[in-house]
Ligand binder design. Structure first.
Ligand SMILES: [Zn+2]
Length: 286
């Protein structure tokens, strides 16, 4: 078959949106309450990485500037607090995946998963590496335990989709001096728009309390809400599932037939035109 241009397909997210935005917050301290207040007000969504072994823990730290409350949320709060968001694993007791030996890491991982699934009544399939530490062995253990993605603490400063979901890197931390610049660039529809697919921000909610910087996250969420008409606000696992289904589309050799083996509709853009491929259906593109 002769073509006049190279084949190039682009992912289109649910609702016909070409971009996705997500948050990832670790440790489940009591400051998640205030963070969720802000996030929910602007329709932003994200993933909260909990240590089930620390739930209900009272933890007040004394420092040179006075005491600081790092207590964790209670078990009973998990469902009401995180409704509409994703609860993901962060290890039973926040042990470092690369510094405790395989069997202890396996226990940290699978025990945490079982606890969080019991508490939420849902499958827990996402994870964030405690201390950001990971290696090939940790990735294997997570894969065997049924985790499909794991967030690192490395950042990209770009808006690309991850190649290896067990080494998922965020765009930036919320303390990044470029945070708002990145948000503005992401929302802008200029000639670079096709490289703007995913804006991913991570952090800890206690940092807002410690630095008295709640306005920072409020400003970000408000900006995304006001400028995100072309942005899908989603949790990490929703983004993982959609991208994976997109990558699992099966193409004919000439690229004009596409089969969708997934259970959800997947949309693509080719040559400026939008095509939706229903679950378990083949679509022919002229
Ligand atoms: Zn942590």
């Amino acid at each position: 078959m002769k073509r006049t241009a190279a084949l190039f397909d682009e992912i289109v997210f649910p609702g016909g949106k070409t971009k996705a935005f997500t948050l990832s917050y670790d440790d489940g301290t009591i400051h998640d309450r205030h963070l969720l207040d802000i996030v929910n007000r602007y329709g932003v969504r994200g993933t909260f990485n909990l240590n089930s072994g620390f739930l209900d823990l009272v933890d007040v730290k004394d420092g040179p500037l006075g005491s600081f409350d790092l207590s964790k949320i209670s078990t009973d709060e998990v469902i009401p607090l995180y409704t509409g968001h994703e609860v993901a694993g962060h290890g039973l007791n926040h042990a470092s995946p690369t510094d405790i030996g395989s069997s202890a890491f396996m226990y940290e991982t699978i025990e945490d998963k079982a606890n969080l699934e019991k508490i939420t009544g849902k499958l827990v399939r996402g994870y964030a590496y405690p201390f950001g530490n990971y290696d090939d062995k940790a990735k294997d253990i997570l894969r065997y335990a049924g985790y499909h993605y794991a967030r690192t603490v490395e950042v990209t400063h770009d808006f690309s989709l991850p190649r290896d979901f067990l080494e998922w890197k965020a765009t930036c931390h919320h303390n990044d001096p470029q945070l708002m610049e990145l948000a503005e660039n992401f929302c802008k529809d200029d000639f670079m728009a096709m490289n703007k697919q995913l804006f991913y921000v991570w952090g800890h909610s206690y940092e807002f309390a410690l630095d008295d910087s709640w306005t920072k996250i409020e400003e970000l969420c408000k900006y995304m809400h006001d400028h995100g008409e072309n942005v899908w606000f989603a949790t990490n696992i929703e983004i993982y599932d959609y991208i994976t289904a997109y990558r699992n589309l099966e193409y004919s050799a000439e690229g004009n037939m596409i089969y969708n083996p997934a259970g959800t509709e997947i949309s693509i853009r080719r040559g400026g035109k939008l095509y939706s491929i229903p679950p378990l259906k083949t679509v022919i593109i002229d």
